[in-house]
Design a protein around this ligand. Structure first.
Ligand code: ATP
Ligand code: MN
Length: 347
């Protein structure tokens, strides 16, 4: 592999380097699987292994989650099936990835840029994060499957699009519970968040995180900048905490979260990211972040209610009704007046 000698800020401990041109990597992948074993699959068989979305899949029988026996090919197939929905939330947004070359029991790497080995099918953006290797967007089915082929499990998107990077098009509230709390308290906190946003004239959308909590997402017409978006999100979280101090905190740290839900607004800074809707989590059991309608919230049971094991039924149900049907058409903005109003409301 011939990399240019440029360092990357990527994984916790390792230095990675700038990727080679994509075409060479693709060729390398194809040649590398020449000896891959045959295996039954619904994807197209090349002479050597399975090909999905034009991407040759290697090590398809590798176990990713020893607890549940999930194989790499199970993950690839899920992402292929979810791609039409997932790409609506993924395409065009800078994305950070969690890669697990040896599955959940091995080292995992959180990468904000195209890391080592580079993912060849993605789109690189050289200019968005000066001084670093390119940020990436995953814009096509082939890029998505290519990323999974290159050991990506989690996908975390920015709150803005690469084409309009200084103006976020959403605000995200990450609701994290004290593990000792029952799930009904999480439902209450999410409802309170929704109600406050509604009072401010903002429609919001909810999804499970695939982990312990919920994410509440407010789509925006890109207009305000990062500072304004973060100030607004902070004001909302602090207002919630002031209104329901026994239930909600806006302050990070387990001592503040005791018996409370932490409404984390810090996901709204430039460069921060949140697990994408329909994305899989690199945690035992392999939870999936799944959009729900507000009407469904009361029947949910946890942040990892849906996993790679039971997602098929949910995807089938979602083909009939989209819980986020109004997301793309929401036309709403945050203003300095909204933030000032929240800050000045005494609570
Ligand atoms: P939960 O519901 O369990 O809280 P979550 O998705 O809300 O799940 P985390 O998985 O803890 O929360 O991730 C929090 C955020 O921190 C991610 O969206 C990502 O932007 C960032 N992050 C996650 N892992 C790393 C890491 N290893 N290094 C840096 N940032 C990370
Ligand atoms: Mn969370």
């Amino acid at each position: 592999m011939q990399h240019a000698p440029k360092q990357q800020q990527a994984s916790p401990a390792r230095k990675s380097r700038r990727p080679r041109p994509a075409a060479q990597d693709t060729a390398a992948e194809v040649s590398r699987i020449a000896s891959a074993p045959r295996s039954p699959s619904r994807g197209r068989h090349t002479g050597a292994g399975t090909e999905i979305a034009g991407v040759p899949i290697t090590s398809e029988r590798r176990v990713i989650d020893p607890a549940s026996g999930i194989h790499k090919l199970d993950l690839v197939r899920y992402y292929a099936r979810a791609a039409p929905r997932l790409l609506r939330h993924l395409a065009g947004r800078p994305v950070s990835v969690v890669r697990a070359p040896r599955g959940l029991s091995g080292d995992m790497f959180f990468q904000r840029h195209n890391g080592r080995p580079p993912i060849p099918w993605v789109t690189e953006h050289e200019d968005l994060d000066p001084g670093h290797p390119p940020l990436i967007t995953i814009d096509t089915r082939a890029a998505l499957i290519g990323a999974v082929q290159m050991d990506v499990i989690e996908l975390h998107t920015w709150n803005a699009r690469a084409t309009d990077i200084e103006r976020p098009d959403r605000v995200v509230f990450d609701l994290d519970p004290d593990p000792a709390l029952g799930w009904d308290r999480m439902i209450e906190a999410a409802e309170m968040t929704r109600a406050l946003l509604h009072d401010l004239g903002l429609e919001s959308f909810c999804k499970t995180s695939g982990g312990k909590g919920l994410h509440v997402v407010v789509p925006l017409v890109p207009q305000a900048d990062w500072e304004d978006a973060k100030a607004f999100a902070r004001a909302v979280a602090q207002h919630l905490a002031a209104t329901a101090p026994t239930q909600i905190t806006a302050t990070m740290g387990p001592e503040h979260r005791r018996k409370r839900i932490f409404v984390d607004y810090l996901r709204n800074a430039r460069g921060a990211s949140t697990a994408v809707a329909y994305g899989v989590r690199a945690r035992s059991g392999m939870g999936i972040s799944v959009p729900i309608s507000w009407a469904e919230l009361g029947n949910t049971t946890g942040g990892a209610q849906w996993t790679l094991h039971n997602i098929d039924e949910r995807l089938t149900a979602l083909a009939r009704t989209d819980p986020w049907a109004g997301y793309a058409s929401a036309r709403q903005q945050i203003t300095a007046e909204l933030t000032i109003g929240l800050e000045g409301s005494g609570k």
